[in-house]
Design a protein around this ligand. Structure first.
Ligand SMILES: Cc1ncc(COP(=O)(O)O)c(C=O)c1O
Length: 389
């Protein structure tokens, strides 16, 4: 797949200027003072793929501002086509359901399909999903990755113990934010074996799947044999194509009984997605490959640049290899700042995400977003070095 990609047509990634980024990304750029470089929330400082933008503009010109279809077969076809081309595995298009966003999809899947037992949540874990188990009325069981671990892996013995203790769902993030891991087929098979032993369920958040970098591959949990009766995947074009604000993600539900249960949910759930999100997702899945190829190439270059910058300016900072995503998990604890993010902001004028929001109780860790220009990334690391050392 990767070799084929190299010879495919490309559409270039275009960097936003500071002014453009302030207009385009009000949360990431608009909430920080002008002298601060934002490298926090997971949005990219790149212009949206023109093919996706044109599709949305066309839809708006046509007045597509009403309710979306409840079930849009074209969306399932588009996702299945995409998954087959990129991951070598595709669901039945009929298994795909629209949801407003990935986090809502995770919540709905747990509420409707899971037993009342607790939810296992590997940490450090995506901060907006801490507490999600509680919203569904279930206990949250953290499966902690020790800070000293040289490779980030799900601890199967601990998973086994938590499921034996009454937890009934694993919230898997594949690839993982902020571990930067793309779990291998063998690892996923190990997880499946433990889950099946306890009759538990898996919700696999695969929003970062398009962002697997050279050297790793994305394997959907649903591509593992013997998973369809107990798992759903939650997917989206939103992270890779910078279109989260258009509001459409997808649940992949291979089990017909589970689909029936979800389809029977009352309208009052009111999690409806946007028709413009459907248009954008379909355009990305059907026509976004040339742009995504350039994006992955750029992120690969940014990851190499980050390693070089860290070894030059911040050799004390530890980082595990980044296999996927544009979000680097940095252990700066050797530099002695409990709240390294606050120091970065105060002294360095760089906004990174506080590690404690991903791993409660942790100190000295931050998450750094590298989806920007090489020049900005260079300034970011230089500023972090000035702030922390
Ligand atoms: C693992 C993971 N899931 C979900 C999301 C957010 O997706 P959504 O806005 O569709 O809920 C993110 C955002 O970065 C994420 O990292």
């Amino acid at each position: 797949m990767r070799a084929e990609r190299a010879s495919r047509p490309r559409r270039p990634v275009v960097d936003l200027t500071d002014e453009q980024a302030r207009r385009a990304l009000p949360l990431k750029w608009g909430t920080v003072p002008k002298d601060v470089i934002p490298a926090w929330v997971a949005e990219m400082d790149y212009a949206v793929d023109p093919v996706v933008m044109e599709a949305v503009q066309r839809a708006l010109a046509d007045g597509v501002t009403g309710y979306p279809l409840e079930h849009d077969p074209a969306l399932g076809e588009a996702y299945a086509g995409w998954a087959g081309r990129h991951f070598g595995w595709a669901p039945d298009p009929e298994a795909v359901r629209a949801v407003v966003d990935v986090t809502a999809g995770v919540r709905v899947a747990i509420e409707v399909l899971s037993g009342p037992g607790g939810v296992v949540f590997p940490t450090p874990g995506y901060n907006a999903q801490h507490g999600l188990a509680g919203i569904t009325g279930r206990a949250e069981h953290l499966l902690e990755l020790p800070a000293s671990a040289t490779t980030a892996e799900i601890d199967l013995d601990r998973l086994d113990a938590l499921l034996a203790g009454g937890a009934q769902t694993l919230l898997l993030t594949q690839p993982h934010n902020p571990w930067g891991r793309a779990f291998t087929r063998t690892e996923l098979e190990g997880i499946r074996d433990v889950v099946v032993r306890h009759g538990a369920r898996v919700v696999s958040d695969e929003i970062h799947a398009p962002l697997v970098l050279p050297g790793a591959e994305h394997v959907s949990y649903l591509a593992i044999e013997g998973t369809h009766d107990h798992a759903v995947a939650v997917v989206a074009a939103s992270k890779a194509f910078n279109i989260a604000g258009l509001r459409c993600a997808q649940l992949v539900v291979p089990d017909p009984q589970a689909r029936k249960a979800l389809d029977a949910e009352p309208m009052a759930r009111n999690d409806s997605w946007s028709p413009l999100g459907v248009v954008a997702a379909r355009a990305a899945y059907d026509h976004g490959d040339p742009w995504l190829a350039s994006l992955v190439e750029r992120l690969d270059e940014q990851r190499t640049l980050l390693q070089e910058l860290l070894s030059t300016h911040l050799p004390e900072v530890r980082m595990r290899p980044l296999e996927a995503t544009y979000l680097a998990w940095l252990d700066a604890s050797a530099l002695g700042h409990d709240d390294a993010a606050a120091v970065a902001l105060e002294r360095g004028r760089v906004m990174v995400s506080d590690g404690a929001s991903y791993a409660p109780g942790s100190t000295g860790h931050v998450r750094l977003n590298i989806a920007t220009s090489p020049e900005r990334l260079t300034r970011i690391v230089e500023r972090l070095a000035l702030a922390w050392t």
